[in-house]
Each structure stands twice: as C-alpha cells, then as structure tokens.
Ligand binder design. Structure first.
Ligand code: KG4
Ligand code: ZN
Length: 354
C-alpha cells in the first residue's frame, strides 16, 4: 500500500488516509480525510426531499435509500479525492448512535471493504464525529475544551479532555434541541426539517413578543429540558385557535428560537466558566442556527472565551467529521473486527445506553 502511494508520487508514506462512511440517519455520506484535518473529498447524498412529504425521517425509507446510494457515494468520494481503495490507510464508519437499519448499511459496507482489502476498520461514535468537525477548519484547536453538541438526536454538554476522551456534564432529559425545532416547525406549518425553516422565519418576527419558559432541571444545572417549551408553544397555538386569534408564525418562531438559544448559551458559558475553560466549541446540526451563533459570539466575547464552530455544511451530518474522529482513534491504535455491529444507543466513550 505504501509503495503504491510512493509510485503515485503524491503522498508521503507517513500520510494517514481515511475513507470515512456515515449513514446514521438520513444522509448517505463518504469522505476521504488526510492526516485528520485535511478533507480531500466530502460527498453527501441528502435524503431530505424524500422524507419531507412525511414530515420527518421514515427509518425504513432511509435504510432502503442508503442501500441504493452507498456504493455510488463511496466511489464518488474516492474519485473526487483522486484516490483508490489501495491508497487508504483505514476505513472509519459511524456505528452508533442512530437508526439501526440506517447504521447497518454503512457498517456493512465498511466491513465488506475491510474484508476484501485487508484495510483496518475503525468504528466511530457519531457524536465524536460532530465534535471533531471543529478540527477541520480550526487547525489550531486542540483539547481540552468544552463542547455543546446540539443535533436532532442529542443535546449534550461535554468536557473534551483529550482526543477521544469525554465527560458528559449535561444532557437533555427529554427532547433534543433539534427535535424541538422540528416538532415546533411542524406545529406552525413550516414543515421538515424544522431547524433551518424556523431560523429563516424567525428573522421576520419579534423574539420578545411571546414569553415561552426557559426550563431548569432541579439538581442538575447543566441538563436541558425542551418538552415543556414545546408544550407551551402547542398550548399557545391552541389558545389562539380557541379565541379565534390569528397566529403570527414569525413571532412564534422567533420567540421559541430565543427560548432555546437562551438556555443553550447560558448553560454552556456557565459551564465553561465553572470548569475554567477558555475555549468553547459548538457542534451538531443546531450549531448552524444563526441566533445561536450570534448569541454565543456576544457572550463568549463578554466572558473572554474563544468560540469555535464549523461552517454549516460541517455542522449537519457528513462523513468528513467521521474521518477526522476516525483518524484520532486510528493513531491511538483503535481497531475494530468484522464483528463490529450497529449500536443504535451507543454511549459516548463506549457501551450501550443513553
Ligand atoms: O446533526 P444533524 O444533521 O443530525 C443528527 O445527528 O441529528 O442535525 C439535524 C438537526 C435537525 O433537527 C435540524 O432541524 C437541526 O439539526 N438544524 C437546525 C438548523 N439547521 C439544522 N436547527 C436550528 N437552526 C438551524 N439553522
Ligand atoms: Zn448528527
């Protein structure tokens, strides 16, 4: 393998090239990542249009589409990087958490390639991928730091002690932040995916027009709870309906968004200060929210904290972030066997459970 790369003349024999595969939800994605932070290709086939008519991701449809697309996406990622499988040092694949049928497609593809070529396999935690997305564009970013991971399935406050070493200090008790965005968007008729649609609609509204609750979890100051907020929005919509009052969608979107952002920013900045971190990182699909970024910018500046976030395309699901996380696992010596299985409830740091 190394000789082949030398013949090509384009690679250093020490280079670590990772073929990364991601299929945990509704994006079929593959990427080639060089030495952890160099993205040679990042191909994403988004299934959003397919699921929009149902108002959310339909797991069975997602799995079937992944099967249809996975080989094509992998081939495209290699071609765009100007590489072949022979050039790859390792294959990194998301094996959890996520939809079991969707995960299985990526895991099976990665195992098949590993079996056929002998290229080592590295299983990656999806959230570790989201956190690692920040290393791609912020070349100076190194652990330790504090990270807020906010996606459709997760809302975690994580102390990143080192590469691959995490301590979760806060988590949601019910809905994830992205899930709340998606549910509220559906309730006000904006459709799926709710996050970007609420983000856009909120720009036309007044965030102070309706007061929605900011939940605190007793005895767990960094935990989140968004189901009460979601219910408050639904109650507001119902009571307007009963009184025959017209609903101002933009005001609801802006007020709801502000309530989510206030809590996310307050908890994160508080945790950074209490744990003594001067670096705060945000990750996951919701990290592309414009109000969240603006508010973090302001609060981090006021508190002399350096803020890092990925560009929007690297916030939502992609395989480049899995390649970066996989690289740091690979150089630590982590390898998985062909018995690697999809782990829908995989915990950060290993094991099953939430
Ligand atoms: O990280 P991601 O692509 O998938 C998961 O791992 O869940 O996150 C998707 C979530 C969805 O809930 C989507 O509504 C939300 O991220 N999202 C946003 C924005 N863009 C995506 N939420 C708020 N504002 C946005 N601009
Ligand atoms: Zn994700």
């Amino acid at each position: 393998m190394l000789d082949n790369r030398l013949e090509n003349g384009s690679e250093d024999p020490e280079d670590v090239l990772i073929l990364a595969i991601e299929s945990s939800c509704d994006e079929t994605a593959a990427a080639v990542v060089k030495n952890g932070r160099g993205v040679l290709s990042n191909v994403i086939y988004s299934q959003i249009a397919l699921h929009t008519v149902y108002g959310g991701v339909v797991p069975e449809i997602a799995s079937r589409k992944h099967i249809e697309k996975i080989n094509q996406v992998i081939e495209q990622a290699l071609a765009e990087a100007g590489k072949t499988l022979k050039d790859m040092t390792a294959i990194a694949v998301t094996y959890g958490p996520g939809l079991v049928g969707a995960l299985l497609v990526g895991v099976s593809a990665a195992k098949a390639i590993s079996f056929a070529t002998g290229i080592p396999l590295v299983g990656v935690h999806h959230i570790e991928g989201h956190i690692s997305a920040n290393f791609i564009e912020n070349k100076d970013l190194e652990p330790p730091f504090i990270c807020l991971v906010v996606s459709g399935g997760h809302s975690h406050l994580v102390v990143v002690k080192d590469y691959g070493e995490y301590e979760i200090i806060g988590r949601t008790r019910d809905d994830a932040a992205g899930e709340a965005f998606d549910k509220v968007a559906r309730a006000i008729g904006l459709g799926y995916p709710g996050g970007p649609k609420i983000d856009k609609e909120a720009r036309k509204g007044d965030p102070e027009s309706i007061h929605f609750p900011r939940a605190k979890v007793a005895g767990a100051e960094y935990d989140f709870s968004f189901s009460g907020l979601k219910s408050a929005v639904l109650n507001y919509l119902n009571s307007c309906g009963m009184k025959g009052e017209e609903i101002n969608t933009a005001d609801v979107a802006a007020s709801f968004q502000k309530a989510v952002v206030d809590v996310l920013v307050e908890h994160s900045v508080q945790a950074a200060k209490e744990y003594g971190f001067d670096k705060l990182v945000i990750a996951g699909g919701v990290a592309s929210n414009s109000l969240l970024r603006e508010t973090f910018e302001k609060e981090c500046k006021n508190n002399k904290i350096r803020l890092y976030y990925p560009s929007p395309a690297l916030c939502t699901d992609n395989a480049a972030m899995i390649g970066t996380a996989g690289y740091y696992e690979y150089i630590k010596g982590i390898r998985h066997g062909l018995d690697l299985n999809a782990a829908p409830n995989l915990k950060l740091g290993g094991g099953e459970g939430r």
